[in-house]
Each structure stands twice: as structure tokens, then as C-alpha cells.
Design a binder for this molecule. Sequence first.
Ligand code: PLP
Length: 428
Amino acid sequence: MRSPCPEPGRGAHALDQADPLARFRAEFHLPPGRIYLDGNSLGLLSRRAETHLARVLGEWRTLGIDGWTDASPPWVTLSETIAAQLAPLVGAAPDEVAVTGSTTTNLHQLLATLFDPAGPRRVIVADELNFPSDLHALHSHLRQRGLDPAQHLRLVRSRDGRTLQPADILAALTPDVQLLVLSLVQFTSGQLLDAATLTREAHARGVLIGFDCSHSLGAVPHALDADGVDCAFWCSYKYLNAGPGAVGGLYLNRRHFGRAPGLAGWWGVRPDRRFALSDRHEPAAGAAALHLGTPHLLSLAPLQGSLELIAEAGGIAPLRAKSLAQTAYLMGLVESDLAGHGFTLINPRADAARGGHVTLAHPDAWRICSALKAAGVVPDFRPPDMIRLAPAPLYTRFADCAVAVDRLKEIMVTKAHESFPATRPLVT
Ligand SMILES: *Cc1c(COP(=O)(O)O)cnc(C)c1O
């Protein structure tokens, strides 16, 4: 069925040969026989992540409870060890980062800690394109605080259903607004917002700002401190490759240090007082006060390996450079090779406005995704009509991008997708 692909894509091999990150591909377990373009949904397992997980399992096996103190590094401070590794990726000091929880629980914690329901400003602004879990958290948080989301949650509308206009976001920041919560990169269109400008403009209006960095961390640089962002939160199973359900993280700007954690737990107590097991909560310094319970060591350990690899690759700058080159290359092939087949590129084109993935809209997106997967390329479908292609820079080749577009073209030409069910089953 599939035509052989002796020379995939224009110039793919030359680009791969010149790729300074090429050697990192061998550090990953690649699904056999597949081209994996879904690293923005679940990053792949690296040998390094596996090594660190195996280390912790070994320590558990041989040390039992003593692993908390005698493991190397000790489990009791592993979250802090990893926070220090991760801080450069978000542009923060280590004590402003807590490696804990999940995207959703961290948003809840930051709202509980920063949002004041009693002041004159009681509106939270978010946007209608955000990931549902963030919106669920915002709704339920307002209800917890006795506020009606119908009045106190304002969602910025998207003019095209795909992207946000900065002017529309700023127009929503009226004097009753206390907090603005946005995704730095939209999970659908891949739109990258300008954190520096939005933060400056929000602050000029007396509004706090927080970013969900789930789709940006590991794909684009962050300068949360330099930009003056108030808080941020993320998961680490996407571009950080830390594994399904891995421990996420949060950022709290040091200007907010010293506030009582909204949700308090014993792991947020000062380390030297934690094991005093006092019923008085004495918060740890910095973002560590927002920890809740015992760290999830087994889903923390792989993150250490992933971050080690990113550091060896030279940090986020070379990853971003390759990611931009690959998404640009993909967009070029889509425009030249898939013209006339009903696809629309909906991600922003400008480097400064696009994250790590390319999004194609097509009325038949679900069937095309099914056919593409059957043809050995793993894309990602988002309802109602989006196909996301993410060339994760540590393990994707330019040739992979070229083959993906070749296969897409072949599917459209042969109508191979028409033999797949037209709608997505309810549970997948
Ligand atoms: C992936 C993602 C999430 C996932 O939340 P979890 O609590 O980690 O399941 C939330 N928000 C955004 C914007 C995401 O991209």
C-alpha cells in the first residue's frame, strides 16, 4: 500500500546530519516501527529516566525506610534537588519552584494561596480555549469560596475559535479583576502568548497573573522571574518526558513568599520541624510551603533523568532552536504537499507566537488520525477537527517530519482514511 520513501522530504537528511541534538535520539526508547509525533501529550521514555527510576527502586529494595535519608540523593529532599534542576527551564530561582502535585492540583493550590475572595476585586479572568481541567478548577475554586462562577469567572472569547488576541485579554481586565490565568501555549492551536507583555499590562491594571506551562515547559524558554509573573504550574509528562502522570510543579514568585499555603499539609512544613509532628503548621521557606503530602518518589525519579538530559543538551535554547526549525519545516511541507486536500494550518506562523507543535484542521480529522496511526505515524487528535503534530526536539528527526507528511498525502490520495470509523468512540 505504502510507497517506499527513498528520499523523504526536501533536504531532511542534510538537516538531520547538521542537527547538533541528533545524538540524543539514541537516549530514548522509540516505539518500534513508529514515528512518534505525540510528545506534547506523552513524552517518550529515556534510558536516563529509566536509570533513575531503577535507582530508586533499588534503594527501596535494599534500604526500605532508610531510603528517605540514606539514598543518594536522599528521598527526603529529592523534590528540592529536582526543583533546582528545573528552575532554569522556567527562569526562576530554585526556591521559587516546588516539584509536586499535578497541573490541576497545583492550580488549586495556587488559587487557594493567592486568591483573596474578600477584597473589592473578586473576578478571575481566563479564556475559553483553555484546557477543561483548568476551567473546572477555576469554577470549583470560586464555588468553594462562596462566589458564583457565572459572575466571578470571565472567559476571554476567541475570535476565530483557535487563538486569542492580546487586546481581547487586556480588555477583560476591568477594575473588578484580581487574577488572570492563561495557558502560555494553547494546547489546541499551539499559540504562544507573550508572557512579558501580558504580565506588564496585567500588573499595570492591578491584576495578578498566572500561567499554565504544561504545553510550553521543555518546548519554549520561560523567564518567569524576569517577566515578573506571579505564579505558574505545569505537568512534566509532555515535553519533559517524565512519564505518564509524573509529578508536576509550580512556581511562586518570591514577592508572594510568606503567605500561608491555602492548602496546608505536613510536607509544606519547615524541613527541620516536619518530623516534630507538631499540630502547628510552620511553613517551609519559599514555594516549598505549597507541598502537601509525601512526595511520589516513583513518579519523581524519572524526571531527574529527563532534566539531566536536557541539561546535557545545553538547556532550552538549542531545544527551542531545533523545535522552531522542525515546526517550520513541517509547515512548509504541509503547504507544498498537502495543498488541495482540505487541511488548514491553524497554529500561528511567527516564531514568537508558536509553541512546539503544528496543528492541522480538517473536517475528517478523526479518520485521518486513525489512518495515519495505522500507517505508522503517531499524531494526536483533538476534537472537533484538529490533528496535532509535535516534533519533540530531543528525539525527532527532520526525516520523521517528512515521512509523516508523505504518509498524510498518500492517505488523502488513496482515501485510505475512509475505511476508518467516522467518529471517535466515546472511550479511548
Ligand atoms: C496537559 C494539560 C493539563 C493536564 O492536567 P493534569 O492535572 O496534569 O492532568 C492541564 N492543563 C493544560 C493546559 C494541559 O496542557
